[in-house]
Ligand binder design. Structure first.
Ligand SMILES: [Zn+2]
Length: 430
């Protein structure tokens, strides 16, 4: 039953997306640019004991480098906080006024210098360590520009990246990791044809070591044009999401059940002696459970994304301000449902299935009537949208999804036909 991606033939003109992407392709936000096609495949590694030791060693060195570089930036930030004459000697380091703010390139230079004195730093590949500094830089940029929190010290490093690779690093069921050598991997799906491996991330999970390989093809991929049936999607309050066609997708059971089990395991952990055999065993079990939950969630999100693509030619979602949401009362719900993650999966599946994907302004979607655009104020406890102006009545979340659809259609230039009074399925009438 295995799905075989069709070989890609340049001579046959423009390829369809589906021709060389198979069903379960995993993509992470930021990997996908129109014009250049990047896909990320994940394989389980089967390292020898020696290779495993090297990976562990590198992860630990990466962690130390990250924390050292973070401390350097933190000290600098602290020294700039208070005026020099009010500086508390016991709390703040005094760093010369003209000392420059640590930057990515600056820290790369100090890393190169530090290598001469600390032989440990010579063990991992140079690019791998530079990538650690780059991630730290990105964390600071996220703080400055998107209001994320101050980066924290890492208790453990879960992965490292080879940002550049030579040609032919993947051969058969082996991958050639720079400075580590050929490592066996489980070829759970064929390597895509016509693609070149560009980046590799080595990840440690509870169930073992994995590689996430970014394959790239420099084939021009046409952008999807708006067409077909429009579908608005909104985050549900009681359900996982609501669509403008009136569908309410329930929260899958494992969300609640899985959390309950996690809590029970964590309670058990508290009763065990820290560091004892049983404690270690239980902790491993918890890590496994976390991994299971993450996999189950991803699986659900992919199936849901395909399900919506079966029903629409264009999908519109709210451009979510995740930071704003996480602060408000919806925090738990939204983070639980990993909504942002779902959106990037939906976007990816849309691009693969040739479905147009668009974001719309999110403000006030729940306070607007989809039929007549009147403002209908309602707080979170009101479950039904009932318009006093035109009498249109439907589920609250469905109404919001219909507003999203209307805004999306307006943005791509289609006119919205008014809904017939009481037409709960939300399809525009002729
Ligand atoms: Zn109305």
């Amino acid at each position: 039953m295995g799905y075989k991606p069709r070989p890609f033939d340049l001579a046959q003109g423009k390829p369809s997306r589906a021709a060389f992407l198979n069903k379960h392709t995993i993509i992470y936000s930021g990997c996908y640019n129109v014009g250049m096609l990047n896909i990320t495949y994940e394989y389980k590694l089967e390292p020898t004991l020696e290779q495993e030791a090297v990976i562990e060693d590198w992860l630990e060195i990466c962690r130390k480098v990250y924390n050292y570089a973070l401390a350097e930036r933190k000290d600098w930030a602290r020294s700039r906080k208070s005026p020099i004459d009010a500086c508390r000697l016991d709390r703040e380091y005094i760093i010369p006024v003209d000392a420059k703010r640590p930057t990515f390139s600056g820290q790369c230079k100090s890393l190169a210098a530090a290598k001469k004195e600390i032989p440990e730093l010579k063990r991992p590949h140079t690019h791998v360590l530079q990538q650690v500094l780059r991630i730290l830089e990105a964390a600071f940029v996220a703080m400055w520009e998107r209001g994320h929190g101050f980066p924290r010290f890492k208790k453990r490093m879960r992965s490292f990246v080879f940002p550049q690779l030579n040609k032919g690093v993947v051969q058969g069921s082996r991958v050639n990791l720079p400075k580590i050598g050929w490592v066996k991997m489980r070829l759970s799906r064929p390597v895509p044809e016509g693609f070149e491996a560009k980046q590799i991330r080595v990840v440690k999970r509870a169930s073992g070591y994995y590689v996430m390989i970014v394959f790239q093809s420099d084939v021009e991929v046409p952008a999807v044009q708006p067409h077909g049936e429009p579908l608005g999607v909104d985050v549900g309050l009681e359900s996982y999401l609501a669509t403008s066609a009136g569908e309410l997708v329930e929260n899958p059971r494992f969300f609640a059940n899985g959390q309950r089990k996690l809590k029970s395991l964590q309670r058990q952990l508290k009763r065990k002696k820290k560091g004892s055999n049983r404690w270690l065993k239980l902790q491993k079990k918890i890590a496994r459970h976390h991994e299971y939950l993450a996999n189950a969630r991803k699986d659900f999100q992919f199936k849901l994304a395909h399900h919506l693509c079966d029903r629409a030619g264009m999908i519109f979602v709210e451009k979510l301000n995740l930071k704003g949401l996480a602060k408000g009362m919806l925090a738990k719900h939204c983070l639980d449902a990993a909504w942002g993650n779902y959106l990037s999966i939906q976007e990816w599946v849309c691009s693969k299935r040739g479905v147009y994907f668009g974001g719309v302004e999110a403000s006030g979607t729940s306070q607007e009537c989809p039929a007549c655009a009147a403002v209908v104020k309602k707080d979170l406890s009101v479950r039904v949208h009932q318009c006093p102006e035109c009498g249109y009545t439907t589920n609250r979340d469905v109404a919001a999804a219909q507003v999203v659809r209307n805004r999306g259609l307006a943005a791509v230039g289609h006119t919205v036909k008014k809904l017939k009074e009481g037409n709960a399925d939300g399809h525009p009438t002729n």
